[in-house]
Structures are given as structure tokens and as C-alpha cells.
Write a protein that binds this ligand. Structure first.
Ligand SMILES: Nc1ncnc2c1ncn2[C@@H]1O[C@H](COP(=O)(O)OP(=O)(O)OP(=O)(O)O)[C@@H](O)[C@H]1O
Ligand SMILES: [Mg+2]
Length: 263
């Protein structure tokens, strides 16, 4: 049985068909990537899986259960966590505290209420500290635990966001453009940590424009174009598909030839 099963999902915003009859299944332990040009519907698809949008048609099953009536908070409690396209670290808190907040995400109704509902983010809580340090280790951030999050380089902040989501111990982690804005070295590091996360047992659903990263880490790649499924297969299969090349991979900018679209 697939961990995540998206069946025939359609979603429109007024006249804009963001998603048209999308179906795919993600197996446990997989790194499954969704690619496509700007506006293809990738973030909308994340929002459907996360419960932010209810599709006009179709269903999402997670670990065998239909998610239709579950709020984003309930989906998080079931084991679906995500990071966002724009950076959402708590800038004035330490790296360690950011992750400790994440540990509460699964129990409470969301990020803000997790913050407000915390009895105290206490570093005396030895268990929480030790567990958080493990998540930081996974993300190569252990040595920065006492630093204020806002002072970290951008790449480290993107990894911190993932560490925080991971601290809620999701079964499925949705990463929306984790490499956006990263330099080449940071992108290599991001690939390494995404692989590590999957190896440690968390299934990863990845949206990313950096084709080198996608092709490097993905078990399978799903291609969206104007809200429609264009192809699905291994990185090799997808990157040699003529329709994909025409719609997406062929679009290269002179400055950024490792990226397939201008972001
Ligand atoms: N809340 C919304 N209201 C109206 N239209 C929306 C909304 N969210 C997305 N859209 C539209 O739906 C389509 C898909 O957008 P979406 O953000 O899912 O694309 P994307 O693939 O994530 O793009 P990008 O690569 O730029 O992040 C676009 O035409 C977008 O303008
Ligand atoms: Mg998007």
C-alpha cells in the first residue's frame, strides 16, 4: 500500500485550473519529486495534501485513510509536515529552540498555537534537548545550536526549517523549494540531508526547481505542466521524455544553466 495516494484531484481558483485530474502514489521511504514551470500547480498540490485547500474533485489517502474531512492540524497529527516556499524560522530564537518548538507541532493545532501553547521552551528539558540535537545533527546544524536563528546563513536557515518540521516526527515530509536561493555548496549539502532524512525513514515529497538536485536525489519524479500531469518516472525516464524537455527542462537561462526555470 502506498503511503500517500492522490487520486484524480482537480482544483480551480475562479477560472484558473490550478490542478486537473492529478493522480499519483508515493511509497514509504521514497523521495518523490514534483517539478514543473512556475505556476504549474506544485504548491497548490502541497496545499491539497496538507489540507489547506479542499480539492473540487478527487481524493487524498494517507496510510490508507481518506483525508477529506481532516484539517491541516489533524493531518499534521497523522504525520504530514511541511516546509514553506518562503523562510519561516523564528529569527530571534536560538537554533535549538526552533527545533524544540517543532517537537510540539504534532501535538497541537499548528505552528502559532504551538508557540503560544508551549508551557515553556526550557532548555532544562533534557529529553527535548537531546532529541532536538539529534534532528540538528541530521541537518548538519548541531554546531550552531546556541546561535540565534536570524544570524545564520540562508542555507543553514533553510535546513533549520526542515529540522523543525522533522522534529514533529512526520511520516511524510513536504519540502517546497528547499534549495531556492541557496548557493551551489549549500545546494549540495541540501541534497545530502534530504537523502539522509529518507534513509532515516521519513518519506519525502519534494518540490524543487533546481534540476540537478531533483535528478540527484529523487527515486521518482512527477512532472506538472499547467496543472496537468505530463510524466512520471525515474529521473532518467523523465529527463529523456521529449514532452518534458519541451515543456520544462529545455527552458534554460544563460546565467543559471543548472536551473530549468527562472524563479
Ligand atoms: N490562492 C490562490 N488564489 C488564486 N489563484 C491561485 C492561488 N494559488 C495559486 N493560484 C494559481 O494557481 C496556479 C498554480 O499556482 P501554484 O502556486 O500552485 O504554482 P507553483 O507550481 O507552485 O509555482 P511556483 O513554481 O512559481 O512556486 C497559478 O496560476 C496561480 O496563479
Ligand atoms: Mg510554488
Amino acid at each position: 500500500m502506498a503511503l500517500l495516494d492522490v487520486t484524480n484531484v482537480s482544483l480551480a481558483f475562479g477560472g484558473v485550473k490550478a490542478l486537473s485530474e492529478i493522480s499519483f502514489a508515493v511509497n514509504e521511504g521514497e523521495i518523490f519529486s514534483i517539478i514543473g514551470p512556475n505556476g504549474a500547480g506544485k504548491t497548490s498540490l502541497f496545499n491539497v495534501v496538507g489540507g489547506v485547500y479542499i480539492p473540487d474533485q478527487g481524493e487524498v489517502h494517507f496510510a490508507g485513510d481518506n483525508l477529506r474531512d481532516l484539517s491541516p492540524a489533524k493531518r499534521a497529527a497523522r504525520g504530514i509536515q511541511r516546509t514553506f516556499q518562503n523562510l519561516q524560522t523564528l529569527q530571534s530564537m536560538t537554533v535549538l529552540e526552533n527545533v524544540m518548538v517543532g517537537m510540539h507541532l504534532r501535538q497541537s493545532s499548528g505552528f502559532i498555537s504551538a508557540l503560544l501553547g508551549l508551557p515553556r521552551i526550557h532548555e532544562e528539558n533534557e529529553f527535548a534537548v537531546r532529541a532536538s540535537m539529534e534532528f540538528l545533527k541530521t541537518l548538519n546544524l548541531e554546531h550552531l545550536s546556541r546561535q540565534q536563528a536570524g544570524t545564520l546563513p540562508y542555507g543553514a536557515q533553510k535546513r533549520l526549517e526542515i529540522a523543525r518540521a522533522l522534529a514533529a516526527q512526520p511520516k511524510l515530509l513536504l519540502l517546497d523549494e528547499p534549495a531556492a536561493g541557496l548557493n551551489p555548496q549549500e545546494t549540495i549539502e541540501m541534497a545530502e540531508v534530504i537523502r539522509r532524512i529518507a534513509k532515516q525513514g521519513t518519506t519525502v515529497l519534494l518540490v524543487e526547481h533546481d534540476m540537478r538536485l531533483v535528478m540527484d536525489v529523487s527515486d521518482r519524479v512527477f512532472v506538472l505542466n499547467f496543472g496537468r500531469a505530463l510524466a512520471c518516472g525515474t529521473a532518467k525516464q523523465v529527463s529523456s521524455n521529449p514532452e518534458v524537455i519541451e515543456a520544462y527542462l529545455g527552458v534554460e537561462t544563460p546565467e543559471e544553466n543548472s536551473r530549468a526555470a527562472v524563479n
